[in-house]
Design a protein around this ligand. Sequence first.
Ligand SMILES: [Zn+2]
Length: 429
Amino acid sequence: MKRSVFLACFFVAAFALSAQPRRVAVLAVNDMHAALTQMPKLKFLADSLRGEYPDLLLLSAGDNTTGNPCNDRSREHPTPMTYLMNRLLFDASALGNHEFDRGVDHLVEEMRVASFPYIVSNLPMLGFAPDSLEMLAKECYSRLFRRSYYGYRIALIGLTVDALPAEEAFASMPIKRIRAKNDLVILLSHAGFETDTLVARQYAGQIDLIVGGHNHLNLPHGWQRDSTALVVQNDDCLRHATLVVFRKTADGWQHTLQQFALDRFPSDKPFADYVAALDRDLGFEQVVACLDQTMTGKRQLGEMECKSFLQATQADVALLNIGAIRVDSLLSGRQTLGDILQVDPFDDEVVTVDIDSSQLPKLVASCQRSDRGREPVVVGQTVGKGKISLVTTSYVADYLRAYGLDFKPTGMRNQTLLADYFARLFPCR
Ligand SMILES: [Zn+2]
């Protein structure tokens, strides 16, 4: 009996080897930004696809984190996002700029408990101390990762943003040789669409697929010219995911592409229950304010945040990058703590500095440059003043340090100030 079971297993294994499917399926996402409430839908989609493609490759182009306080304030390792990515059986991720938001130590801890590798081939990143990147290098990331897929050899390489140019990174790991030794070469890139298309052209015939991110660009049909790699990208926050199926033919690999809108899918129940419990556990479901009217526009919400800084610090002027504001409106009615925290999901310290009022335009312009040219929010009084005090976030202050300014910590967090301000201004009766 035992022998026949053994033989049956042997034959199944032998059959599996000989019946190598002539296809490789990849499900690509990017810039998930801790969209915890979409993860149950992604789980449902991935499970459904695994019915047809049991060895589905699930890949992220980075910026997995920052966007939901349930995740971004979590003191646990893994954070909820990494925990769900582990359970979803992610195969690999690129390293996004937001992976660094809570510092290198936090990132290293997250990488230790992630069951998938972070892949990046072009460190060092700009603006990071070499010793912290060395620690990162020692601990966690891979420059090249190989994965076997029913006997096909898949090579994964990675790029991140604000780091070495691709050609410099690839000079020490020749793509041609990697291509020769593998059946498919996939680049996970958080370097942005422009870089992705340049790399696709420069390494035509050597890279097959670029899973791109960082621009939050939606490419429902991907991007490809002649024999370049196929570039895919899905806006952000798990609104979409792209399935690419490569088929082996006599002429090499051919592919088909399909983009899915995740809102059309039901939620995986255990995942949905886990996410709902997070909200409850952290008190994010607690109602903190009641709005009489809908508050529309990022600028108006940014002004609210600036006013909360002014009220708490008594500074003259508040400055905030508009990119910090991540929702377009707050609908009238009850606002939970979770709703308010999502207005600006970046948990930063509020800092102040004394400046001469004539310096302000230069600082505002610098903030604008660092925020992709978007005009920042400025609230306060400067008319007729010499010395003024400026309040902003530690994030903006990092960009303004080049001016030799001595920012003072206040010990207060921006998200807490905003929630308190709403609670005071719009109490529920
Ligand atoms: Zn990014």
